[in-house]
Design a protein around this ligand. Structure first.
Ligand code: HEC
Length: 136
């Protein structure tokens, strides 16, 4: 039997449909000890970092479609593992220095995310304010 283009296409489509049924850890655990900051700081962090570094991830449309959903949920898991603002009391004090480095890098950190969601990018002013705050 030879595989026609048509059968490959419909096979792929069927596979894609079946993939949607594989359950995923797209869970937001409770916020235990959210980092305490003034509102301006919190708004910036929520905008640019919380999707991957907190338990308040905004899971939007595309996050529900496999295989993109797998990529997103694994990015969020590894992001939360290294830094989670929702359990700030469990983060080591070393984290502040690392956070400043990442903020200074701008969209170099997680380029695909910021290209895909340009509205989450920090402005120059927000970047400056955050760096200043994390200095203390
Ligand atoms: C799209 C998801 C995502 C976003 C948004 C994101 N990060 Fe990350 N971050 C990760 C992942 C995943 C890692 C794990 C290591 C890696 O792959 O770089 C990480 C690692 C880190 C680390 C550990 C040090 C390092 O460089 O690896 C720090 C600190 C950090 N992020 C801070 C931030 C801050 C601050 C923001 C907001 C300005 C932010 N991240 C936004 C996904 C993200």
């Amino acid at each position: 039997m030879t595989l026609s283009l048509k059968s490959i296409c419909s096979g792929s489509l069927l596979l894609l449909m079946l993939l949607q049924f594989i359950p995923l850890k797209r869970i937001n655990s409770p916020v235990v000890s959210d980092i305490q900051t003034p509102d301006v700081i919190k708004n910036s962090l929520k905008k640019a970092c919380y999707d991957c570094h907190s338990n308040e991830t905004r899971w939007t449309g595309i996050a529900y479609i496999a295989p993109i959903s797998w990529l997103l949920s694994s990015t969020v898991s590894s992001g939360r593992n290294v830094l989670n603002f929702s359990v700030w009391n469990k983060q080591s004090t070393m984290k502040k220095a690392q956070i400043k480095l990442v903020i200074a890098q701008g969209s170099m950190h997680q380029q695909i995310y910021y290209t895909w969601n340009p509205e989450t990018m920090l402005t120059q002013l927000e970047t400056k304010t955050l760096l200043h705050w994390f200095n203390d």
